[in-house]
Design a protein around this ligand. Structure first.
Ligand code: ZN
Length: 206
């Protein structure tokens, strides 16, 4: 039914530093350099010498999901055994960047679906999550995007996603509620039925 949890080789969806757009890199670096200068920092400080390029490279890596071709190719298998229960993967880690402040939010996603005619390997859950996480993002929107992906691309009979995350834009500024978790959830199809939702939450509590 499921693939063994192995480390997958580099796929087209992964960030490949040799394939960044040099024009994009140069342009972002130019603007980061401007910020460094506006802040009145000492540009002869060796620690700042290549910061503009490093930040540009880092942005392109963290926003890799925006790149054309970044969408993971998700191979499906026919649901030959007619499995019609929940398939769940919990505690999948992710790192993303908040659209409002361009600082990280990160945490774990718990993803489940009830298959229709197609199933996917469990390792694909993290690939789908990664695709949506690697861009300026909102936790609420990412939760919806992942659940929609499962229903739209897999014709799942139902899907449920819960994401728990820490937001550095909250923790590093203002009221500094360090360690607070923001929890979002989205449900589709069969998960509107309470027993299925409770089964999901029950599996989460274990
Ligand atoms: Zn923010």
């Amino acid at each position: 039914m499921t693939e063994p949890a192995t480390t997958e080789p580099l796929s087209k969806a992964d960030f490949d530093p040799t394939r960044v757009d040099p024009a994009q890199l140069t342009e972002i670096a130019k603007h980061i350099r401007a910020i460094i200068e506006i802040l009145g920092l000492d540009t002869s400080d060796p620690n700042l010498a290549r910061t503009d390029e490093r930040v540009a490279e880092m942005y392109l890596e963290m926003f890799n999901g925006l790149r054309s071709g970044a969408e993971p190719r998700v191979t499906t298998f026919p649901n030959e055994e007619g499995y019609e229960h929940m398939i769940m993967e919990r505690d999948i880690p992710f790192y993303s960047m908040c659209s409002h402040h361009f600082v990280p939010f990160y945490g774990h996603a718990h993803i489940a679906y009830v298959p229709g005619d197609k199933i996917i390997g469990l390792s694909k859950f993290s690939r789908i999550l990664e695709f949506y996480a690697k861009r300026p993002q909102l936790q609420e929107r990412m939760t919806e995007q992942v659940v929609d992906y499962l229903v739209d691309k897999l014709d799942a009979q139902g899907a449920m996603v819960v994401i728990e995350a820490r937001h550095l834009c909250v923790e590093m500024r203002g009221v500094k509620k360090s360690g607070a978790l923001t929890v979002t959830s989205a449900i589709r199809g069969l998960f509107h039925n309470r027993p299925l939702r409770e089964e999901f939450l029950d599996l989460l509590r274990r």
